[in-house]
Design a binder for this molecule. Structure first.
Ligand SMILES: *[C@@H]1O[C@H](CO)[C@@H](O)[C@H](O)[C@H]1NC(C)=O
Ligand SMILES: *[C@@H]1O[C@H](CO)[C@@H](O)[C@H](O)[C@H]1NC(C)=O
Length: 336
């Protein structure tokens, strides 16, 4: 790199990452001025993007609606309800120039139904760097907050992180996995961020996205799906309202998993409940074929069917739903 270019790069980076605070005001304004002037000059270079680190700007953060729709339709299997809600929720939120509160999604479903996968698809289609983006934060209770005797430390830590990151970038995303294993006190500590506040200690959280993942309600979703199956009805006939009743009865009145929920629901802090249905044999086959493609292997139906056949299904008598959904297809390697 020529020395001149390196200077420009440095200035742009300063402006971009917001580290300008550390510099005295006068040189900052000069730096900004020069950077602005030089940006036009630099823009003629095709590879201008190579000069940037990821920053909180539309070049790096903007929803690809077509991409999200495409991914939900072609990569997520057997989840017609979740697909629809997620697309509507995310695109509606992003299109709103003045959201009154952050977007809060709560994804429910049994193991392997695709909760994590859905959150990855959302991240991938908003952030250029996807899950690797420095604006996407992933927490899982057993890993990040394992000791209940340190709950007070975790609380202030988490609050600091959320505040710090949203201060840096309003368009930050926070994903909380295994929400049902999270200490209720910890959930209480993030509640203010989810609320309808214009500003909280000078920071606005209204452009942030929070995604909660949990197994809560998974059993009753399975029950509803099973009832449809037994009645010979098409899976696609299941509607959100069929599950909402089941969800609210089991999740929200259940002391164990309902604790966090009731407090979030009472205040209407969760904007969308997203149920994920249990997966059938045919969906597992689709998952395996997709996995082969992702691994640059030639998709082979016979192998996919073999993998799917070897999984455990429930209920025992009818063998309708894959107990671990698409989770265990990483065993694929043994079949090839
Ligand atoms: C949006 O996603 C589609 C489908 O994945 C892709 O073809 C397109 O290039 C993406 N657009 C942008 C601007 O990244
Ligand atoms: C942002 O969140 C991460 C955890 O994902 C944390 O390590 C980091 O310190 C936070 N940044 C700020 C500025 O608080």
């Amino acid at each position: 790199m020529k020395p001149k270019k390196r200077h420009v790069l440095l200035l742009l980076l300063l402006v971009c990452t917001g580290t300008t605070e550390a510099i005295e005001p006068i040189s900052t304004s000069i730096a900004v001025g020069m950077a602005v002037a030089l940006t036009g000059f630099l823009a003629s270079y095709q590879n201008i993007h190579n000069y940037f680190h990821e920053c909180c700007r539309p070049e790096w953060i903007s929803l690809n609606r077509t991409g999200l729709q495409h991914d939900l339709e072609t990569k997520l299997f057997g989840q017609h309800i979740a697909s629809r809600i997620v697309l509507k929720a995310v695109s509606g939120f992003v299109a709103n120039k003045n959201p009154k509160k952050p977007l809060v999604l709560s994804l429910h479903g049994w193991t392997g139904t695709g909760k994590n996968f859905v959150s990855q698809l959302i991240a991938k289609n908003i952030y250029k760097e996807g899950m690797d983006s420095s604006f996407v934060h992933f927490f899982t209770a057993p890993h990040h907050f394992p000791h209940s005797n340190q709950i007070e430390t975790y609380k202030s830590q988490l609050q600091h992180w959320i505040k710090g990151n949203v201060t840096n970038c309003a368009h930050s995303m926070f994903i909380f996995d295994e929400m049902d294993k999270m200490h209720p006190g910890l959930i209480d500590s993030i509640k203010p961020f989810l609320d309808y506040y214009e500003k909280l200690d000078g920071v606005s959280y209204q452009k942030a996205i929070f995604i909660f993942l949990s197994n809560a309600g998974g059993e009753s979703i399975i029950e509803t799906a099973l009832n449809f199956w037994r009645a010979g009805r098409d899976r696609e006939e299941i509607e959100l309202k069929d599950l909402e009743t089941a969800l609210s009865l089991s999740v929200f009145n259940n002391k164990k998993s309902g604790f966090w929920h009731s407090s979030l629901i009472d205040k209407n802090l969760v904007d969308f409940f997203v149920p994920l249905l249990p997966l059938e044999y045919r969906h597992v086959v689709q998952c395996v074929l997709a996995e082969m493609k992702a691994k640059n292997l030639k998709p082979k139906k016979s192998v996919a069917e073999q993998v799917a056949k070897d999984l455990v299904y429930s209920p025992k008598s009818e063998r309708v739903f894959a107990v671990k959904g698409c989770k265990t297809i990483s065993k694929l390697d043994y079949y090839i």
